[in-house]
Design a protein around this ligand. Sequence first.
Ligand SMILES: Nc1ncnc2c1ncn2[C@@H]1O[C@H](COP(=O)(O)OP(=O)(O)OP(=O)(O)O)[C@@H](O)[C@H]1O
Ligand SMILES: [Mg+2]
Length: 477
Amino acid sequence: MNSHRILVVDDKRDLAQGVALILKKLSDNIAVAYSVEEALELLEQFPANIVLSDIRMPGRDGVSFLDYTRERWPSTRVILFTAYGTIESAVSAMKRGAFDYLTKPFDNDELLVVTSRALKEIKDEEEIERLRAEVRGTYAFHGIYSRDRHMMRVIETIRRVAPTNTTVLVCGESGTGKELVARAIHAEGNRSQGPFVAFNAAALPENLAEAELFGCKKGAYTGADRDRKGLFQEAHGGTLLIDEICSMPLGLQSKVLRALQEREVLPLGSGSTVKFEVRVIAATNLDPKRLLKEEKLRRDLYYRLAVMRITVPPLRERVEDIPLLANVFLERLVSPSDTPKSISPRALRLLISHDWPGNVRELQNVIERAALISCGDEIGPGDIVLEDDDLDWPSGVTDDVAYEEAKREAIERFQRRYVEDVMAKAAGNVSVASRKAGITRAALYRILKRLGLVSEYSDAQNPHKEEPEQETTGSMT
Ligand SMILES: Nc1ncnc2c1ncn2[C@@H]1O[C@H](COP(=O)(O)OP(=O)(O)OP(=O)(O)O)[C@@H](O)[C@H]1O
Ligand SMILES: [Mg+2]
């Protein structure tokens, strides 16, 4: 079923509801309003792809509504209902950018045909945008790179909610790009000139978090040595991101809810409230539905926040994005005059078959590390050090690889992990590390050298500092 949003506006309730009922054939996301004022309020909350509205209504009429909608949501298709014999108003509506008009009384088929046409145009446009992105190979929207279909939906939703004031809840695993999404909503909306303020609800104990969000009077708690503005005020005219909202203590959750409802906050230790004008975006890397069940998230707050919900898919579900993002991160590492390193096809296969529990952030770290440790101008499988990187290779990686070559790479990857780990535990001291590893200092040095890690550990510059070269005991080679 289609979920493109359709809004029906008519002061004649029966007619509005009848039209909505028929349009259910085309979309399961239909809203009804009985006046232009009500329609505008609804649109602020949920922008619609298609609006069907009567021209003549008490209060504000359909034509001024059309003008406003064209201006504010240019991609929304507006279809107007005109009364028989008012062809002039229909013509003027078309000139003003209405998608089409229907002369009352119209029958179901007419209604469905015209609305389907608008829907088709919208879908075609979305498809063209998607293809264009594909042709360009890279698609970046306020720093969000992707070629994935679901991410295109995310971007489309950002576009649609950005110009509104709606509270948005951004869900997704850790490192999927939730903050990037919140920033994109801010940058794309009409508050982009205002501040973007991010607050992490998990980082602070309750009273400090409260003071941070709502502000405080001097002496409100020990350590409050002066009056302080809260983040709701700091973000005035802009956007406030409340990250990890589900980690917020329940008491504070209800205060946040009240602030959202009243659009004012009560600074800690203060007797009077302060108004604010801020768009709030909340983010969570936990499943809000589960937290509702566990009563870690207040239901009323959830419904208030989740007026619009955006779910960012995990990286393993958008495999196409892995090579794209890997290259984006690689390019960021070089100065404009240098050519970036390339990633060998086998290294790429390794990246693609990884699970990415830490999502895009993990990929970014892996690429930065690989670029550092790789010697030539190509990143090979040996340079890719993954989180759960055991000797069991992800399936598919060994396809078409000669046994000896695969073994060499597996050993090299094992050595790299082992040596980095033991060197870290020995605080970079080669002698200490070799003792921990049960091999000679010289043997460890040889491995460091082969892996190109010598320069990373200044202590390893001189292989013969303490002991003469001798036969290795627990050889790793
Ligand atoms: N689609 C993307 N394109 C480019 N960079 C991305 C993309 N998604 C995420 N990143 C980068 O990955 C890192 C993590 O992203 P971000 O901080 O937005 O994730 P998050 O979901 O908020 O993580 P957490 O749950 O840990 O707070 C950032 O450096 C961000 O710039
Ligand atoms: Mg985040």
